[in-house]
Design a binder for this molecule. Structure first.
Ligand code: G6P
Length: 614
């Protein structure tokens, strides 16, 4: 989703801004722009439809000088992707330029009033309304920029992270936030602004995360001053960001997604580090230690999440119900927040989010908290909004995920959910000591087993070439593997644009079987010990209708191997741990099919990595 970058210091701003935009490319966008104030006091705005490379080409013969600037990647919400709608937007007089991430919900009524005052608009965006509104207050009431921003934001309903430049003050950037992330990097005599820490880490590790309803005045000489919308001064908390540059670069892989798929064994180890004893005899999550009573005596758990994180939540439900015998519901955060949910004291809400910024998940948390529920977060992005607004939580520690299609965050989330379930089960005595040790020791073996799976990368790449013709795919799985099927289908549609459906295997005969013919590839995750015979029957039903089956089986499974067209083998493990292994070949399958089809796997069309609007 939209990305914000800003710079003020002694260096030329434009190259830093462009590099920052590239670091934010992973968030997903369709146009980009920059604005700088040059030494002659001119405020320039340059924008292009398409990628950052298109913007760079457009800048070729332009005056991009200046040591203060702001830049933006836009993910269209109001108005099509085009140069006019791209940010930054000028105010009517050309004295202000502004970038914005989020949505101004009441933009139409604000725009009407501005038109009455004689303002004209060149774009269809809500953002242009905001910059005109700031200018309106600045001129009408003869205000300085800060006061004008305060007055304007007081009128705004919606979500925003903004940054504004004022031609008459080339020493200052003003930025503000409500429900959309914004971080300020503190350098040596220079300051950086960004939607997240990734563009900042090559310059500084000292970061201020701006909070909701706060305005930051970033001055070349006097540094950062934070005030509330009402003008009260706030002393900002400076955080140390531990992210290193290598973690946000490709490291020799062709795509971030492939790098992130291959990182998974190491990521899972990082998730478990310090939480499981090396001999697999005990598991601790500090949240469960600190808030034992809430977790152990909960009447119910409600998992809220979106997208891939929601799929991890479905696996979490099976894990918690099976090990802890506590009922668990899994809700789409977007539905939960508007469904007047029955939630309150005694309920534990588990919010799962890679980015920690998903608007719907954030709103679901706020609602749950307001009704008295206890909220635990499972988050990847350290210091993100969700990490900060839950009562407690566990980071998954898989490092920054840049590929838009989530891979290592999914397995990291499932790993934390597995530890959570085992930890609570231990405290509730719903698991014997022997079972606990067995489960933990097997979990500790998963990274090595995952490495075994990854060795089939070449074979999966060649099998993928066979399926580039397909317009549809079906994914089937049962029990713990049903969410794996959903996630496999999601991966394929996200990056290859092939329509794919995930189903619980036994549901196939209630509808999807009508789709099966010699053209239809069906991926069956068939590792369940308990339901083996039933999944075998499903495969026979597909083969009887000439469907082409790719089966994910346990090594040595001759029965299914003889029946199907292609086999991907997994090392043997416990039923509840197969999602961690089985999701890997499905990620690789989606990846290679998309690569064969020439798609942009890291930045698929229309998708955003961090969805900060509803
Ligand atoms: C977007 C991303 C998905 C992600 C979902 C939830 O749609 O493209 O990959 O699963 O948001 O994001 P979160 O950061 O909350 O896990």
């Amino acid at each position: 989703m939209c990305g914000i970058v800003g710079y003020i210091g002694s260096k030329q701003a434009c190259p830093i801004l462009i590099k920052g935009l590239r670091r934010l490319e992973y968030r997903g966008y369709d146009s980009a722009g920059v604005s700088m104030i040059n030494d002659r006091g001119e405020l320039n705005v340059f924008k292009a439809k398409g990628k950052v490379d298109d913007l760079v080409a457009f800048l070729d013969d332009k005056d991009v000088s200046g040591t203060i600037g702001i830049a933006h990647t836009r993910w269209a919400t109001h108005g099509v992707p085009c140069r006019e709608n791209a940010h930054p937007h000028y105010s009517s007089s050309g004295t202000l330029s502004l970038i914005h991430n989020g949505i101004i919900e009441n933009y139409a009524s604000l725009k009407e009033k501005l038109i009455e005052h004689g303002y004209t608009f060149v774009s269809e965006t809500d953002t242009e309304v905001l910059v005109q509104l700031i200018e309106y207050y600045k001129i009408t009431y003869q205000l300085d920029l800060l006061s004008a921003v305060q007055r304007a934001l007081a009128q705004v309903i919606g979500a925003y992270a903004i940054a504004v430049l004022d031609r008459s003050n080339p020493d200052e950037i003003i930025a503000a936030r409500k429900s959309s992330p914004l971080a300020i990097g503190l350098g040596d005599g220079e300051f950086f602004l960004a939607s997240d820490a990734t563009p900042l880490v090559e310059y500084t590790h000292k970061v201020i995360y701006v909070d909701d309803d706060e305005i930051a005045v970033i001055n070349r000489h006097s540094g950062v001053n934070i005030v509330t919308l009402q003008g009260q001064s706030v002393s900002p908390e400076v955080s140390e960001v531990t992210l290193d540059l290598g973690a946000i670069e490709k490291g020799g892989y062709e795509h971030f997604m492939l790098k992130e798929i291959f990182e998974q064994p190491e990521c899972i180890l990082n998730s478990m580090r310090g939480r499981i004893n090396p001999d697999g005899t005990n598991v601790h999550l500090s949240s469960v230690i600190d808030y034992g009573d809430k977790f152990i005596n909960a009447r119910r758990y409600v998992i809220v999440a979106c997208g891939t994180s929601w799929h991890a939540g479905l696996i979490g439900k099976s894990l918690i119900e099976n090990f802890c015998r506590i009922p668990v519901e899994v809700a789409y955060a977007s539905e939960f927040r508007y469904n007047d949910p029955v939630i309150g004291e005694g309920d534990v809400v588990i919010a799962i989010s890679q980015s920690g910024e998903t608007a719907d998940t954030l709103a679901a948390i706020e609602l749950a908290r307001s009704r008295g529920a206890f909220v635990y977060g499972i988050v990847n992005s350290v210091g993100s909004s969700i990490a900060r607004c839950t009562h407690t939580g566990s980071y998954i520690h898989v490092g920054p995920e840049i590929g838009v299609a989530s891979t290592k965050a999914f397995t990291g989330q499932v790993t934390v959910l597995t530890m959570l379930a085992l930890c609570i089960a231990k405290e509730r005595n719903t698991i014997t000591e022997e079972q606990l040790h067995e489960a933990l020791q097997e979990l500790l073996r998963i990274p090595d087993k995952m490495r075994e799976v990854l060795k089939q990368n070449d074979a999966i790449a060649s099998l993928s070439r066979t399926f580039t013709y397909a317009h549809n795919f079906i994914y089937l799985g049962r029990g713990y593997n049903y969410p794996v099927a959903l996630e496999g289908a999601l991966k394929l549609k996200e990056i290859s644009y092939i329509h794919a459906e995930g189903y619980p295997a036994a549901e196939m005969k209630h509808g999807p079987i009508a789709l099966i013919d010699a053209e239809m590839p069906v991926v069956v995750v068939a590792t369940n010990k308990a339901l083996y015979e039933k999944v075998l029957s499903n495969i026979q039903e597909i083969k009887a209708r000439q469907g082409r089956v790719i089966a994910v089986v346990v090594k040595g499974d001759d029965t299914i191997s003889k029946l199907v067209d292609y086999v991907i083998e997994l090392p043997e493990t416990a039923d509840f741990l197969y999602p961690l292994l089985a999701s890997v070949p499905l990620q690789l399958l989606a990846y290679h099919i998309a690569v064969c089809k020439g798609k942009n796997v890291d930045q698929p069309r229309n998708l955003a990595k961090s969805v900060t609007v509803e």
